[in-house]
Design a protein around this ligand. Structure first.
Ligand SMILES: Cc1cc2nc3c(=O)[nH]c(=O)nc-3n(C[C@H](O)[C@H](O)[C@H](O)COP(=O)(O)O)c2cc1C
Length: 174
């Protein structure tokens, strides 16, 4: 049995997961609603990036046992541009820290670009972004990674980089 699981706070990741479900006919659940991860032999986890972590992924996939013979696809959704390999390398490193080694080694990993609307952020997230922004602008130019630059450029704005065409590679992999 196949399942698409999503971890989304403000809905951009959910939009990608819903479109993927429409394109493939595979059922969809929020990570909070997954009762037994071991019911599925193909898991497609679509998760938003929050401070490098993939929302809900660690807790949901930690219970996945006997990964041999199972297929795990992970798609991250973040603000930073996945065309930049510096950015995707750092996301992969962070995923490696969040998963048991055998799961990480077998996972097919994809990166999608989401969006942000600062007017809709919770107080906690607004404060976090404010602190990150203050730190980021003070960095010397050569220390500003693609991720940092994307954050500075989009600070306090509403931006939408959602592009469903980027789901094709994932659909083909499934
Ligand atoms: C507090 C906070 C931390 C974030 N951290 C990252 C990050 O580490 N990397 C990244 O690419 N995007 C980061 N983002 C941007 C989100 O990943 C992006 O807005 C995503 O589309 C959110 O998905 P959602 O709408 O499904 O919650 C962050 C956003 C917030 C508010």
């Amino acid at each position: 049995m196949k399942i698409i699981i999503y971890g989304s706070q403000y809905g951009t990741t959910k939009q990608y997961a819903e479109e993927l479900s429409r394109k493939t006919g595979i059922n969809l659940k929020s990570y909070e609603d997954v009762k037994d991860i071991n019911l599925y032999n193909t898991v497609i986890y679509v998760g938003a990036l929050y401070a490098g972590g993939v929302l809900g992924m660690k807790r949901t996939l930690a219970k996945m046992s006997q990964c041999q013979g199972k297929k795990l696809i992970i798609a991250t959704v973040g603000l930073a541009d996945p065309i930049d390999t510096e950015n995707t390398d750092s996301i992969k490193k962070s995923i490696k820290r969040q998963l048991p080694n055998d799961l990480y080694e077998n996972a097919h990993i994809f990166h999608l670009r989401g969006g942000i609307d600062y007017s809709r952020l919770s107080f906690k997230h607004k404060t976090m972004m404010g602190l990150l922004y203050k730190k980021a602008v003070r960095l010397p130019e050569e220390k500003k990674t693609a991720e940092v630059k994307a954050m500075i450029e989009t600070y306090n704005k509403k931006v939408d980089f959602i592009d469903f065409d980027n789901l094709t590679a994932i659909v083909n992999d499934i």
